[in-house]
Design a binder for this molecule. Sequence first.
Ligand SMILES: [Zn+2]
Length: 94
Amino acid sequence: MPRPRHEPGVPVAQLAAQAHCVGVGFHCQACAHTRRVAWAALLPRLRALGLDPETTGVRDLWRHARRPCDQCGGLDFETRPAWRGLPGADGTAA
Ligand SMILES: [Zn+2]
């Protein structure tokens, strides 16, 4: 699906080094459902795809999503860092 050009975002490796960044949120553009993927699952996937976390921006990760949205089955996501302990950011107390 065509999209306007955008900045690739902060490199994944930099985010993964942040204590309060727990992974990446895949925000479905069709239904607004967000699936969070933890670094422990995401980083091995990146390496398996041949992507370097040092140079791959978090906002470019949507291009590599293979698993459809849990809610609507869509495959069009916006990807952003998922933070822990940010009030209202994820709806959890963890
Ligand atoms: Zn969806």
